[in-house]
Unconditional design. Structure first.
Length: 186
């Protein structure tokens, strides 16, 4: 009787251990690049894309500014005051975002905050990654981007940003168990 109880306890322990390990592994999914091949392989619809949590791989910094100059005469001298107002929007690496619009089979608008037109466009690059898209990229790595109804200059390095996501692969394993009671001599 004691042997049967020990074997059931071992079996329960193994089952709980296996379930716990699966839950732990599923919760620790690494972030991987979102690619066109992933989108096509899983035939992801616009609605399915809207339910995926995306992340930025690298920081993105958007800047815009205007110069101001004033001239005046003070105490018989010409005084020229100049300055610059800079507005900066920063997105850190791993900032979470969601699909706000599927533009085409290879481009999406991703929102990282609420607000009208506050989205960045990502489209497939030559490697199939969904990379930050600008109206134009310059050789020095700066780009022109529309964000929130304004035109910004993306800082060098922003062009490296791609979309990341988590993908879990769970295999449905069903164990059907039969406990054999043994066979006695007649």
């Amino acid at each position: 009787m004691k042997i049967k109880s020990q074997s059931i306890n071992r079996m329960n322990f193994r089952l709980y251990f296996l379930v716990g390990a699966l839950v732990l592994l599923a919760g620790c999914s690494p972030k991987i690049p979102f690619t066109q091949s992933v989108r096509e392989k899983h035939n992801l619809t616009a609605e399915e894309l809207r339910r995926i949590q995306f992340y930025l791989s690298d920081p993105v910094i958007l800047r815009r500014g205007n110069s101001q100059s004033e001239k005046a005469t003070e105490e018989g001298a010409l005084v020229i005051k100049s300055g610059k107002n800079i507005e900066q929007v920063s997105f850190k690496a791993n900032t979470p975002g969601t699909v706000s619009e599927v533009v085409s089979n290879s481009a999406m608008k991703i929102s990282f905050e609420d607000g009208p037109e506050k989205m960045l466009v990502f489209s497939t690059d030559k490697n199939g990654y969904y990379a930050l898209k600008a109206l134009s990229w310059e050789r020095d790595g700066k780009g022109t981007i529309n964000y929130g109804g304004q035109t910004y200059t993306a800082a060098p390095g922003s062009s490296n940003a791609i979309l990341l996501f988590k993908m879990k692969s769970l295999k449905d394993v069903q164990v059907k168990e039969k406990v054999v009671k043994g066979k006695k001599l007649n």
